[in-house]
Design a binder for this molecule. Structure first.
Ligand SMILES: Nc1nc2c(c(=O)[nH]1)N[C@H]1C(S)=C(S)[C@@H](COP(=O)(O)O)O[C@H]1N2
Ligand SMILES: [Mo]
Length: 384
């Protein structure tokens, strides 16, 4: 029987409804996850509700999930092999045990989807309407890509590393393949992560091995890696071109991309997020602490300023944690409002290279790299 598009969507929706327990706030339960904001089912695209962001490391069960195509069949640890080929002196086929025998490095790093915050753009941009939660900060560990490539012996003419995940294309969506300039691949913090927060990667996050490219957009961090290929040129497939490119010159909002003037996205911008109070929430009038996190791609966070009056006056927030590249820093500031009413709270981060969050995030046709000063509204009410 042939189903038309409407019937197919209805069938998918019916399946989803029976499989997913819906919580009151429209979040859903997925195995291994707390209730998350569901953007897509099959495969799951899950956003972290901001209330879960209350720790330096984002717990695995609260970490966002993004996948473009159905997950590969679960990979058996014993059957797993990583092929290292292309412009190398020796093609390798490495088992998980081989990878575990290499020196293991560890790096706390943010993983942020390029489209995090897309839902805030106006005019609207097609794609997942992520709010604040397509991001997490985890401790990743595993062998360095540089150690793996050293074993294979990369030719001097190689300039890129192509990475393929075990997921394959379906229908019109092609295979997920990414290329990384060799310089970034050889950076000591670029890992083939086997662990996330000290535990083996769960299937949703790329078991048994994923790339971690600290400071770059999440798209670079290929999951379920089965092949690393040294090459002279970057891969030119859909997920490198036109996917995940950003206009070289700003475009008027609402206008189409100019394909010839798009550039591959690399390091991420400076940014901050307010996690408490939540946007459009109500609270009892009284002293409170405003909290959040801030990060800056390959740079580190220098300071965060907060305004509770829509940006008229600013105060410096207290940062915790080490001033490191790649990872986020938590910040907080005490506030003693004296009057009830509606308040607009803003947070603005500055990084170690002097970048400051802009008032306006530059509109772009794919809705990438939203990094405007964060803004929430809260109503403070006199207790009865
Ligand atoms: N193999 C594979 N790797 C992938 C993807 C994918 O669809 N397939 N999605 C990428 C994108 S766009 C993001 S934002 C991150 C999300 O990682 P997470 O699901 O572990 O949070 O994985 C990246 N790696
Ligand atoms: Mo992404």
């Amino acid at each position: 029987m042939l189903l038309d598009r409407r019937q197919i969507f209805a069938a998918i929706a019916a399946g989803a409804a029976s499989r997913l327990a819906r919580a009151a706030d429209d979040s859903v339960a997925i195995a291994g996850k707390r209730p998350m904001i569901l953007h897509n089912d099959r495969p799951e695209d899950l956003e972290t509700p901001v209330r879960y962001f209350d720790s330096y490391l984002t717990p695995v069960d609260a970490f966002f999930v993004r996948q473009h195509i159905p997950r590969p069949a679960p990979i058996e640890a014993d059957a797993y092999r990583l092929t290292v080929n292309g412009m190398v002196s020796k093609t390798l086929s490495l088992s998980l045990a081989d990878l575990k025998r290499l020196p293991q490095a560890s790096v706390p790093a943010v993983l942020e989807c390029t489209g995090n915050g897309r839902g805030f753009y106006s005019p609207k941009v097609p794609g997942i309407q992520w709010g604040r939660g397509a991001i997490g900060n985890a401790e990743w560990s595993g062998p360095r890509i540089s150690d793996i490539l050293k074993m294979a012996g990369v030719s001097s003419g190689a300039a890129f590393l192509e990475t393929d995940g075990a997921d394959t294309g379906v229908a019109k969506t092609p295979d997920f393949i990414r290329s990384l300039p060799l310089k970034k691949a050889l950076h000591p913090a670029t890992l083939l992560a086997l662990n996330m927060n000290g535990q083996p990667l769960p299937t949703l996050h790329g078991f048994p091995a994923r790339l971690i490219v600290p400071g770059w957009d999440g798209t670079s961090s290929v999951k379920w890696v089965i092949r690393l290929t040294a090459a002279a040129e970057p891969n030119n497939g859909f997920f490198m071109n036109p996917g995940y490119r950003y206009p070289k010159y700003a475009l008027p909002p609402g206008t189409p991309a100019r394909p010839a003037e798009l550039e591959v996205i690399e390091g991420m911008p400076v940014k901050s997020t307010i996690t408490s109070p939540e946007d459009q929430s109500k609270a009892a009038l009284g002293p409170m602490t405003i909290r959040g996190f801030a990060w800056a791609g390959e740079q580190s966070i220098e300071r965060v300023d907060v305004s509770t009056d829509g940006g008229s006056r600013w105060r410096e927030a207290k940062l915790s944690g080490a001033k490191l590249p790649f990872a986020w820093r938590l910040w907080q500031i005490d506030w003693q409002p004296s009057d009830p009413g509606y308040y607009t709270i803003l947070s603005r981060a500055t990084d170690s290279s002097g970048r400051v969050q802009p008032i306006v995030a530059e509109w772009n046709p794919s809705g990438y790299l939203w990094n405007a000063i964060d803004r929430v509204g809260v109503t403070l009410e006199k207790s009865a």
